[in-house]
Write a protein that binds this ligand. Sequence first.
Ligand SMILES: Cc1cc2nc3c(=O)[nH]c(=O)nc-3n(C[C@H](O)[C@H](O)[C@H](O)COP(=O)(O)OP(=O)(O)OC[C@H]3O[C@@H](n4cnc5c(N)ncnc54)[C@H](O)[C@@H]3O)c2cc1C
Length: 432
Amino acid sequence: MDNIGKVEKAGLCCGCGTCVGICPSGAITMDISKGLFIPNVEEKECLDCGICIESCPGQTVDFQSLCFEIFGRQPDDLYIGNYSKCYVGYSKDGQIRYNSSSGGVATQLLITALEKKIIDGALVTKMQKKNPLVPEVFIARTKREIISASGSKYCPVALNIGLKQLLKDNGRFAVIGLPCHIHGIRKAERVLPNLRERIVLRIGLLCSHMVTFNGTHCILKKMGIRKDSVTQLGYRGHGWPGFMSISTKQRSRYIPLIGFWNAYWHLFSPGFFTPVRCTLCPDQTAELADISVGDAWLPELKHNKVGESIIITRTAVGDEMLEIATSANAIRTIRVEQCKVKQSQLVNLNFKKKDLGTRFDFFRTIGRAVPVFYPKPTRIPPMSLLPSILRTLYTYFNIWISSHSLLANVLQYFPLPVVRLYYGIYKALSII
Ligand SMILES: Cc1cc2nc3c(=O)[nH]c(=O)nc-3n(C[C@H](O)[C@H](O)[C@H](O)COP(=O)(O)OP(=O)(O)OC[C@H]3O[C@@H](n4cnc5c(N)ncnc54)[C@H](O)[C@@H]3O)c2cc1C
């Protein structure tokens, strides 16, 4: 049958959950396999309607026609897509800001939208209470519930399985997710017009790549913590740039996101525990969202103890939502040029935009499928080809190491400063 199974078989599934969320017969479920969410189709239940394939962002994304539909024009900027205005900002609620990933803007926008009755609820993600290593998506309908979901989840999240609930419930909703989630939502809205009526605000998170569950498991092993003893897990929060917090019945531990000696992000940056499909994604800034938020990795904010977010408004809805939140004194913003966004995401934007063509060529050379995007990923000029090939090989070598159970186990014995130095090679390569 012509269903999502073939996308998964081709290795193109991004685990977003759109197929599960919109399948009319409920034939698709999400399973965890090799550290990722993958769809599982009950063939007997499949109606062969093709809706899952039509909405799937893993196989195809026609950015060209979606941009035309959403913004009425082609992307303004090759790197960050269509935008209206760019800002740096933060939530004026100190608690929200301190406990969020960067400036707490995402959480605050949702709270304001709820309080101003723009939405009845928001599709958000938190870690499960029963199993804190696995996320759950749910519709938050109170301020407290929205706050319970704040903070980035550096693990697979099948956000769009929540579309099923949105299709059942009457009302107006916000969604918040990674670029791949937003691609799936925009595609599903095309197929199911009643979904488009319900979703009134789409907030996108800037995203270099997601991290497999094995990434978190490796950190736990490094810390000597048993998976089944974890009672709480958070990846960000506790100020800027924040800490991963892991609690067991006995004690709580905090590991910094970045820094030199024991930061955990270096284990996730150079490609270790990166899903292969993420390396084929061209979108760092959630280009199809109404409003995008990310970390403001700017030199002038480096020494801050509380975070600020990069904010990109893209549609009239995004502009209006931010205006409402700033007028209500809930969010403080400073307008910046779009080059500040690029400065804050330089390495990742180069990875997503400059090198994508080389990675596509690499995949075709080894006989693997690649997604179909319009516009097609651009080819790199011959002068830059060698560093681009080196970066590509470096990334896939690291992905290969971390996907190999024996070698991934060895990674836990590498001191994090060594991993950081190794990441330095990639950074050096990325500026050539
Ligand atoms: C996998 C991943 C990679 C990222 N990569 C980058 C990057 O390269 N550059 C950058 O600047 N920023 C990146 N971010 C975004 C950044 O970590 C913050 O999420 C962003 O700055 C928003 O911060 P905030 O304080 O406004 O959000 P908060 O107020 O903390 O709210 C975060 C919201 O995001 C939702 N959420 C969290 N994790 C996920 C997830 N995995 N899937 C779907 N929804 C989720 C939650 O439901 C919550 O509502 C990434 C985030 C993730 C999850």
